[in-house]
Design a protein around this ligand. Structure first.
Ligand code: SF4
Ligand code: SF4
Length: 465
């Protein structure tokens, strides 16, 4: 057993949580066996095992089974999934025009206002064929307001459907929309290809209309709410993403989304944008709001009542359960940029992440290059990103939660370094307080073993009548 295990917390009822902060492994045990753990840290000789009490012997067997205690030199070799090294998300910005002028938008890109031509779209589809695609991958349309360029979306999809991408992979389509614009053609497209739709909705009118405005300054909440009704009438599944700008908003948003029966919700803490740099807000307060919303959601789930499923809480819990193979590409190090996520801009240029699309140093090449994957793999910045490790940021080295938080989003660190690439690789995220508070609350809760948690993670929300 590794010497790095430390007693992290005593739970109500006296059980102890032991945590190895460098590997992210943890377990819960009663105080009775503390003496055994102290011995295991330094190794027990085989002949001494017979001296263990029956309780200690039974605990030792459980620890061996869980892979926490190694027998001899038989190290527990956990390998990440194959998809970790493959492209699982292709983002296409078919348009860089948006009918809104959100105050915090980060899309001040060189192609602003441009629409993708069909010729560029064809080049992009041919380029995607040459990427190291995972068997199952998502093609997401994003950027400006994608629904304003539905013709190009339809064109790209028809090309993909008849390409060898479709023959060799399971591709699913996704779109992020401000949902201020919806018509029959869009509805038919969403239905036909079973799109996963993410609607930008910052909660109730008061919060949403502060930032999500038309160029006239008018808020867009009313239009979005009308179009949500149309999505529901057409039985189109969707989730919402709410950008959280200030303490108090998450709770208000969650309660509002629950009142209008949105099944899946997520909250994105506002990131840097040139239009509106980050303000100093109380991130640990926001983390507590997320935890309270999760508890409400989980409680209703246990009672088989409706409540929105909190996708962010699911990601945090999955990182606690499986720190050696975090599934969500934006809460792991190395993150998905340039490995799992590839973004094509309106002109067909390839960037390593959509958050970095306006930054020239993160452009790898154009879709017209014959071997895009080679250029991505040999790109200096991509190679440096792939060599990053959890706990590697300055100030994270001794953090208890380094293997769960994994350092947060790289692009947030880049902008926090004033766009100094070399400093960005080790810059602690400005969202640290949020992660620290979230994991310290969530680990204690998960360790207490609430019943039904595994079912909640895999559940479909109970909608009822
Ligand atoms: S960002 Fe904060 S919470 Fe995350 S590993 Fe670093 S110190 Fe810990
Ligand atoms: S840079 Fe941030 S948004 Fe982009 S893949 Fe990495 S973690 Fe995700």
């Amino acid at each position: 057993m590794s010497k790095n295990y430390e007693k992290w917390k005593t739970l109500e009822g006296g059980s102890q949580v032991y945590l190895n902060k460098y590997s992210g492994e943890w377990f819960v045990s009663s105080q009775m066996t503390e003496a055994l753990f102290d011995r295991l840290r330094y190794g027990i000789a085989t002949e001494d095992i017979n001296e263990l009490s029956p309780i200690e012997a039974s605990n030792l067997a459980k620890l061996i089974e869980a892979g926490i205690v190694d027998i001899g030199s038989n190290n527990n070799d956990r390998k990440p999934s194959v998809e970790r090294g493959q492209v699982t998300l292709v983002i296409i910005e078919a348009l860089n025009y948006c009918n809104l002028a959100c105050t915090y938008c980060f899309e001040d890109v060189p192609t602003k206002g441009r629409k993708m031509t069909f010729e560029t779209a064809d080049t992009i589809v041919a380029s995607i064929e040459k990427l190291n695609l995972a068997k199952n991958f998502v093609m997401e349309f994003n950027g400006g307001e994608s629904f304003s360029n539905i013709k190009t979306l339809c064109h790209i999809i028809s090309k993909v459907e008849s390409s060898k991408i479709k023959a060799n992979h399971n591709v699913s389509y996704g779109v992020t929309s401000n949902l201020t614009y919806l018509n029959e053609q869009i509805i038919n497209l969403l239905k036909k290809y079973n799109f996963s739709v993410s609607v930008s909705l910052d909660g109730e009118k008061f919060d949403h209309d502060k930032n999500r405005i038309f160029s006239t300054g008018k808020g867009s909440h009313e239009k979005v709410m009308n179009n949500i009704k149309i999505l529901n009438e057409n039985r189109i599944n969707f989730s919402t993403v709410s950008v959280i700008s200030e303490p108090g908003q998450l709770t208000r948003s969650y309660n509002f989304l629950k009142s209008i029966k949105i099944p899946y919700v997520s909250f994105a803490i506002r990131r840097h944008s040139d239009r509106k740099p980050l303000e100093d807000v109380d991130y640990s307060f926001i983390a507590n709001e997320l935890f309270e919303a999760f508890q409400d959601s989980f409680l209703h789930f246990q009672k088989k009542e409706f409540s929105p499923k909190l996708l962010d809480a699911v990601i945090l819990i999955k990182n606690l359960i499986s720190p050696f193979d975090p599934q969500y590409m934006c809460l792991r190090t190395p993150c998905g940029a340039g490995t799992n996520m590839i973004t094509y801009d309106t002109g067909g240029d390839i960037y390593i992440c959509q958050d970095l699309i306006k930054e020239p140093q993160f452009k790898v090449c154009n879709a017209s290059e014959p071997e895009p994957q080679d250029l991505i793999d040999n790109n200096d910045i991509v190679r440096k990103l792939r060599s990053r490790k959890p706990g590697g940021n300055i100030g994270c080295e001794e953090c208890d939660f380094q293997m769960f938080c994994q350092g947060g989003c790289y692009s947030t660190s880049y902008y926090a370094s004033n766009k100094d690439v070399s400093a960005s690789f080790a810059k602690k995220t400005p969202h640290c307080e949020f992660y620290y508070q979230s994991f310290s609350t969530m680990l204690g809760y998960v360790a207490s073993g609430p019943s039904g948690l595994a079912e909640y993670i895999n559940s479909t929300p109970y909608i009822g009548d």
